[in-house]
Design a protein around this ligand. Structure first.
Ligand code: FRU
Length: 449
């Protein structure tokens, strides 16, 4: 299929053309941030997965590099699925899932493969390094994917998403001294997850958490999406091979966030700014799928706090007395308020189409039902059907709300929480109206340089 890209987000990562999903192999290597991603360059639908590749020095301006991995070898001919990166001996190494179809069903294989690069641009594949001989026989070799690698105490470790034969999602730990020979250590959770599959486990020793993308899990506070990415703060006991969870929460209160991954070498996370089982209207512009802006992570009192990382050119703070009107399609909006009693914001408004954020019962309520092109998901709860998502409001005396707007997305940050959603408004929907009742309120609009 020939694809022509007619539009694209201004500063969010997307494929040069075609489809993208999970961010992969996030690493700071030789002075640059490298972001790889699941990519089908020949269609705006998911298909044979390549690893697309972009680099940046400032986490805002991204440069396209050639695809790093192509599904062209006997061990990954059906796809180069998600994985991670690590620096070793001055080289960049990728651990990813090679998928082979055979005749489908139980003959399908998802096994972990290794690739290396001197320059971080061209990769040499080494084939399977965690195969069926290493995976204990009670797990399905056709549901075994998304390795996340790290170094601890002179060894390499990785967690991989797995599934018990006829059972539930699991996260398995493996150990290696050289990235080539791996041994099985343990199933790191001594409980059964209820849902079908855990994907993209993202353990980080320094931050003390594991992020899990959980498919078809029971609903919990804050996550109405059928597939949800959660943080689990806790400790990994390397001797016992067990992760003890102290607290958990959602990575995002919005419609669109999946498969977040933490950079090797920096406390920064990027996720997929879309969701499985939904249509992606931008396919008609030649691209489907975007990544979130980078988010700086910190963990305080067993809670994950996220703030956006985007380079802006400053701007002038204005005081808001009752109502403020502006024109914005993309940029970063910061609203600070003391003694906030009422808050109503309309974005990307042309009278007929608009996106809303308001405060109700101590929650931020986001409504995209009139944003523009229709997005339909599989969720059947009343909020999802009404285009609504809610996020707790810190409700402190002082509120600082940051909204990162790009042509097809809104990412709302407050008190370390995030609510991210795609929107597909008409081009003339540019008006912003802010109405507040507060003791004091300021508004700042910054352009992304
Ligand atoms: C998560 C996921 C991964 C898999 C990849 C395939 O979104 O399903 O488990 O490796 O996407 O593109």
């Amino acid at each position: 299929m020939t694809i022509t890209k007619t539009k694209q987000p201004a500063f969010h990562i997307t494929g040069e053309k075609g489809w993208i999903n999970d961010p992969n192999g996030l690493i700071f290597f030789k002075g640059k941030y490298h972001v790889f991603f699941q990519h089908h360059p020949y269609d705006t639908k998911w298909g044979p997965m390549h690893w697309g590749h972009v680099v940046s020095e400032d986490l805002t301006h991204w440069e396209y590099l050639p695809n790093a991995l192509t599904p062209a070898d006997p061990f990954d001919s059906f796809g180069c699925f998600s994985g991670s990166a690590i620096e070793h001996d001055g080289k960049l190494w990728l651990l990813y899932t090679g998928v082979v179809e055979n005749q489908g069903g139980e003959t399908f294989r998802q096994l972990q493969c290794l690739a290396e690069s001197e320059d971080g641009i061209t990769f040499k594949k080494h084939g399977i390094v965690i195969g069926e001989d290493v995976l204990p026989s009670e797990y399905e070799p056709w549901n075994f994917r998304d390795p996340k690698v790290w170094r601890y105490n002179d060894s390499f470790w990785c967690v991989v998403a797995a599934k018990k034969r006829d059972g539930n999602g699991k996260v398995l730990l493996f150990k290696s001294s050289d990235l080539f020979k791996w041994e099985f250590v343990s199933d790191i959770f001594d409980k059964n997850f209820e849902g079908a599959m855990i994907e993209c486990p993202d353990f980080n020793q320094e931050l003390g958490y594991i992020l899990l993308s959980e498919q078809f899990q029971p609903k919990e506070e804050g996550s109405l999406n059928v597939h949800t990415s959660r943080w689990h703060v806790g400790m990994l006991d390397y001797e016992k091979g067990l992760f003890t969870e102290k607290a958990r929460g959602t990575m995002d209160y919005g419609f669109d966030l999946y498969a977040p991954q933490t950079f090797e070498g920096a406390p920064i996370v990027i996720g997929w700014l879309n969701m499985w089982d939904r249509n992606i209207p931008s396919a008609e512009y030649g691209f489907a799928g975007m990544l979130t802006v980078p988010r700086k992570i910190c963990v305080k009192n067993d809670r994950v706090y996220q703030t956006p990382v985007v380079k802006t050119n400053g701007g002038e703070e204005m005081s808001v007395k009752g109502e403020l009107v502006d024109q914005v399609v993309k940029g970063v909006i910061t609203i600070k308020a003391q003694g906030l009693k009422e808050f109503n914001l309309r974005l990307r408004d042309n009278g007929e189409n608009y996106t809303e954020l308001y405060l109700k019962d101590n929650k931020w309520v986001f409504n995209r039902s009139r944003s523009g092109k229709e997005i339909v998901g599989v969720e059947t709860d009343s909020d999802s059907l009404a285009g609504i998502r809610r996020m707790p409001c810190s409700n402190g005396q002082e509120i600082e709300l940051t909204i990162v707007m790009d042509e097809f997305s809104v990412e709302i940050f407050e008190d370390g929480n995030v609510l991210s959603s795609t929107i597909y408004p008409p081009e003339d929907a540019t008006k912003l109206t802010l109405s507040v009742k507060a003791d004091n309120c300021t508004y700042l609009k910054e352009d992304v340089e």
